[in-house]
Design a protein around this ligand. Structure first.
Ligand code: FAD
Ligand code: NAP
Length: 336
């Protein structure tokens, strides 16, 4: 049941060749409890792995990897306003999106084609095209790795932020999300104003889009712009978009009039990809690593890069952005 010395290359989308001391395929919460409470394994460090699309391994993992494969998804309730859909944490996120589209449950179509598993979605409050997980989140269940107890979390407990949650901070590697329940509003308006969705719907000749059409548009845009991890190793955006105050933004705009900025309250979100591109990194190849040609925010493995090489490239990029704009980039990817 517990495998030893397991190569992790197939289990991370950067395609980094490292191995794990031990790995267990976790197919249900009871098995998870058995594994973590096993007296022989109690002292081992634990590492939770989903689809491996948001991790960078910089060395072998000296831990018991808990590979989350808890399945199952179904409609658990319905009221006048919403559908409630519960999914096991090991379900592939895109399978959940397709299930919802097939059943005409609106709300997550803009999150189409995000790699990874349902269980990792709350971890960084996944987001794309103007929708975040928190907008459709109802609750989740998570197991405490010390006690084996299952606890229920509502949105406030999760402390969702911009690509953040309590699971990325205090509870990182201390708690395993085992299931997630979404609340999908029946009359949720379609969100097509973000990015190139409207243009893509026009290109497809669609005047009155359904959720399936919006999903198709998002998939088309993503497939054109983002590298397919099965062909070119990557973990999506390496950095978060930095958020600065209005005064910093005004200073930047007076020096760089083209700088994009998205206002929300007193803060302004910058586009990290634009900052990196301005520093000349877009499309650059550095040894085995590089910056993607279409989106500078995505760092790639051109072959046999090690995690350390990718980390080093990311640090060079962050330094150049800091030197030029006085803005510190924060990593989105989880480095181990
Ligand atoms: P993993 O990489 O396996 O894990 C990520 C982190 O979560 C790790 O620290 C891990 O320990 C922890 N974790 C995993 N599962 C659990 C669990 N069950 N309980 C507790 N902790 C857990 N992200 C976006 O937000 N929006 C996007 O549009 C987007 N686009 C992407 C495009 C590409 C091409 C790629 C490669 C990545 C993209 N990502 C995007 C990043 C990534 O897909 C998401 O963050 C995704 O949710 C990660 O899921 P995963 O199962 O692969 O997590
Ligand atoms: P894009 O459309 O080129 O836009 C660049 C950045 O500007 C995005 O990061 C986005 O921020 C922001 N932006 C654009 N329009 C906006 C608006 N109307 N309001 C507020 N912010 C706006 O981005 P892209 O690279 O093609 O990605 C498209 C979407 O997919 C984005 O939402 C992005 O987050 C998501 N994506 C995420 C990852 C990842 O790994 N996290 C990877 C690929 C794509 P936001 O990121 O806050 O949306």
């Amino acid at each position: 049941m517990i495998e030893q010395n397991v190569p992790l290359r197939p289990f991370n989308t950067f395609g980094i060749s490292v191995s794990a001391k031990m790995l267990a395929h976790i197919t249900d919460p009871e098995l998870l409890r058995e594994v973590i409470m096993d007296p022989h394994l109690k002292k081992e460090r634990k590492f939770v792995l989903g689809g491996g699309s948001n991790v960078l391994f910089t060395g072998d993992v000296d831990a018991l990897v808990l590979k989350n494969e808890i399945g199952g998804m179904n409609l658990i309730a319905e009221d006048a306003d919403a559908y409630y859909v519960r999914s096991g944490a090991g379900v592939i996120w895109q399978d959940l999106v397709e299930y919802c589209i097939l059943n005409k449950y609106p709300g997550i179509e803009n999150l189409s084609l995000i790699p990874g598993n349902v269980g990792a979605a709350p971890m960084q409050n996944i987001g794309a095209y103007g929708v975040e997980l928190k907008d459709v989140f109802r609750s989740l269940e998570a197991m405490d790795l010390q006690t084996g107890e299952i606890q229920e979390f509502d949105a406030a407990d999760c402390a969702f932020g911009y690509r953040e949650s309590v699971f990325k901070k205090e509870l990182k590697d201390r708690s395993v999300i085992t299931s997630v329940t979404l609340r999908l509003l029946k009359n949720a308006p379609l969100n097509t104003s973000y990015g190139a969705i409207e243009q893509e719907l026009e290109r497809l000749g669609i005047g009155s889009p359904t959720i399936a059409d919006v999903s198709r548009a998002v998939i088309n845009i993503r497939q054109r712009k983002l590298p397919d991890p099965t062909k070119l190793g990557n973990a999506g955006s390496f950095f978060k978009n930095p958020v600065v105050d209005r005064f910093k933004f005004d200073d930047l705009r007076s020096e760089f009039p083209q700088i994009p900025g998205y206002h929300s309250d007193e803060k302004v979100k910058l586009a990290a990809g634009w900052l990196i591109e301005q520093c000349g990194w877009k499309g650059r190849v550095v040894g085995n690593t590089g910056c993607h040609a279409y989106q500078a925010l995505v760092l790639v493995n051109h072959g046999n890069a090690s995690g350390a090489e990718i980390l080093e490239l990311s640090e060079r990029i962050a330094r150049s952005v800091s030197d030029r704009f006085g803005v510190q980039l924060e990593r989105e990817v989880n480095v181990y």
